[in-house]
Write a protein of this length. Sequence first.
Length: 188
Amino acid sequence: MKIVGFIASPHKEGNTAWIVNKILEGAQEQGAETQSWSSSELDIKPCQGCLACHRQGDRGCTVNDDMQKLYDALKHADALVLGSPVYMGQMSAQAKIFTDRLFAQINPRFSPQFKEQNAGKKLVLVFNQGNPDPGMFQVYFDYTKHMFQLLEFDVRGLHVVAGMRNEPACERKDLHAVMKDIGSALAS
């Protein structure tokens, strides 16, 4: 099994990176091949809404930036772990740009370009936030999960790591095994 992790945070070694990498570590222990990408090291431009990706067959996205590397990695992956900090009650701008750019590769059942081979890719969504109440933004998290389901992802989990204001993820002993267990379950 191949699993791609996308760290949608401006911080290369922050809480989101630690959480995603710990999930991938759990998957590796089950024999999965993993690769992680950090938005802080990539140049990904926003979707231009030109629809070139859905015209004339399989042209793909015409925006020439680092998202092309991610398209290739995702094409060969069985699963995606998408991690994002919560900013203003929702995913980060980096996560939103990544999600919008998936449009070039995703053709859900309601699309005239639907292709069965693009459907059913496993997905784990993981958000982290400073607020200690994990249900604080549940409406948004549920919306995001539903959006990915509409895009034909097999959402295997939606996890919220709350209370990040006072102690970084890497220092929270309660998170180590939990995050690895998420990865282990994804790889099984």
